[in-house]
Write a protein that binds this ligand. Structure first.
Ligand code: SAM
Length: 479
């Protein structure tokens, strides 16, 4: 197993490896640290952000988590050819900001969580609140094999790879127990060829190609076998399955322990339409027996856990109908309603009272001025958050969200100026409020929370008369 920054990032960022620049909450930039100048800057490779410019030489060997200040870079040499002007993308700063060298970022190691926020989107992706819940419900453990389709942008792929990773082999792995060790595997299927190729390249660049195998395949038509030269390796022997597909029921006919009768396969594939009932009432027409032996993609020795991810309830009903017909048990639907609660200390009184209020607790003029700037910054940020939430609610035809109680509102619309000043004075006397601020919170508008419906199910392990008999003999019991 290769080393990967997603599994073991080491202590610091190194040249050639993936790093994440954390600009602010939800604004992350992934980059591969480069050593040489290849984009025309005198400083070597430089990443430009809205908070300034960061030559890679200032990021390399810096311990993860460090705050890195922007540098002044020589923008005169920008561009590849003589006089060439490179277009700035939206994450880049205007020239003045680059030259000013203000601002800072934090340098973070890549994780499935930060990658999910910053990855190049080829499709809709599964975000961390869903991915973490899904992997926990699928009971995915180190050493297991998970099937994933469609792989899309690879967001869930990265989270799965970390979940199945079972450590690196030791140098002296001659002991039989170590030889038998399962290293974990993610078998990803994607039918859109450029996406499959893109993900395969990404997985290789992230050092995850020993754990993740990307197959370009239409899983509705062609199923989940790996089709390798070695027939023993044809089945992934999956312990868990995650389907993020438009019609998961069309794939379920290929996730069985035994060959399905042709009529059942047709009913299951038609679960979303009224045709399923018509097909069910037909009598089974004998089909020619295939000479190919049946190979199941599932691990025969364990109950297999499955999750499907569908935005619409109609997809859920069709999936559940197919699961029932195929003998899946413990079928459940869950919707993850994640709410981000924004909790902060609000020091609004200082703003309204100006420097006088700040001076109430400040020891020096410098301290007072700094504190005022800080308070004003927070106050502005708070109002921007309110405005964004209100605009989002308005765009979605929802009522504007309000803080939990009106009396906690930092600049309450429901309080007259006189009574607000009275309250501020009272709080000033208590001083503690000014030092720490009142605790206020509000949640994001509800509309953002629906991602998809998750359907979970378990297919019991394979069991037959012969195995029952064997066990009876072994334990000498009846039943
Ligand atoms: N789970 C992915 C992630 O977290 O990045 C996103 C998956 S995206 C929403 C759905 C993907 O399923 C698309 O990339 C699409 O090409 C693929 N897909 C649709 N039908 C398929 C099929 N029959 N076989 C394989 N992949 C399919």
């Amino acid at each position: 197993i290769k080393s990967s920054p997603f599994l073991d990032a080491g202590a610091a960022a190194s040249i050639g490896s993936l790093a994440i620049l954390h600009l602010k909450r939800d604004q992350l930039i992934p980059l591969i640290l480069k050593s040489t100048a290849d984009d025309g800057y005198a400083e070597g490779a430089v990443t430009n952000t809205r908070f300034g410019s960061f030559p890679h030489s200032t990021l390399k060997d810096v311990p993860w988590g460090t705050q890195v200040r922007a540098s002044k870079v020589d923008t005169g040499s920008r561009g590849r050819g003589k006089g060439a002007k490179r277009k700035l993308d939206d994450t880049e700063a205007p020239k003045e900001a680059i030259q000013a060298g203000t601002g800072f970022v934090h340098l973070l190691p890549p994780t499935p969580e930060s990658w999910t926020i910053s990855l190049p989107h080829r499709t809709q992706v599964v975000y961390t609140p869903d991915a973490s819940y899904i992997l926990q419900r699928l009971q995915v453990r180190p050493g297991q094999t998970i099937i994933e389709a469609g792989a899309g942008s690879g967001s869930f792929t990265h989270a799965s790879a970390r979940a199945v990773f079972n450590g690196y082999p030791s140098q002296s792995s001659s002991e039989p127990s170590l030889k038998k060790r399962r290293y974990g595997r993610v078998c990803s299927f994607e039918y859109h060829e450029p996406r499959a190729i893109g993900l395969r390249d990404e997985v290789r660049a992230h050092g995850l190609d020993d754990l993740v195998r990307v197959t370009h395949r239409d899983v509705y038509a062609d199923g989940f076998l790996l089709n390798e030269e070695d027939p023993k390796n044809k089945s992934p022997k999956a312990d868990a399955i995650f389907l993020d597909l438009p019609a998961p029921w069309m794939a379920l006919k290929n996730l069985t322990r035994q060959r399905l009768p042709a009529r059942t396969a047709r009913i299951v594939a038609n679960s979303a339409s009224a045709d399923a009932a018509d097909i069910a009432s037909e009598s089974e027409t004998p089909t020619e027996e295939s000479i190919e032996p049946f190979i199941s993609p599932l691990n025969p020795n364990v109950p297999v856990h499955l999750c499907t991810f569908s935005p619409c309830i109609e997809q859920v009903t069709a999936t559940v109908a197919a699961l029932r017909r195929l003998g899946w048990t413990e079928i459940q639907m869950v919707e993850v309603m994640q709410k981000r609660i924004d909790v902060r200390r609000e020091r609004v009184g200082l703003h309204e009272e100006g420097l006088r209020g700040v001076n109430a607790t400040a020891a020096t003029v410098d301290e007072a001025v700094n504190r005022l700037r800080e308070v004003e910054g927070r106050f502005k940020e708070w109002h921007e958050t309110l405005k964004e939430a209100d605009e989002a609610a308005e765009a979605n035809g929802q009522p504007k969200p309000r803080p939990s109680t009106t009396k906690d509102h930092p600049a309450s619309h429901f309080e007259s100026k006189a009574s607000r000043l009275e309250r501020i004075k009272k709080e000033a006397e208590e001083r503690k409020t000014f030092k720490e601020g009142r605790l206020v919170h509000r949640t994001e508008p509800d509309i953002k929370t629906h991602t998809s419906y998750l359907v979970f199910a378990v297919l019991p392990r394979e069991w037959n008369e012969e195995q029952e008999e064997k066990l009876r003999k072994k334990w000498g019991t009846e039943g």
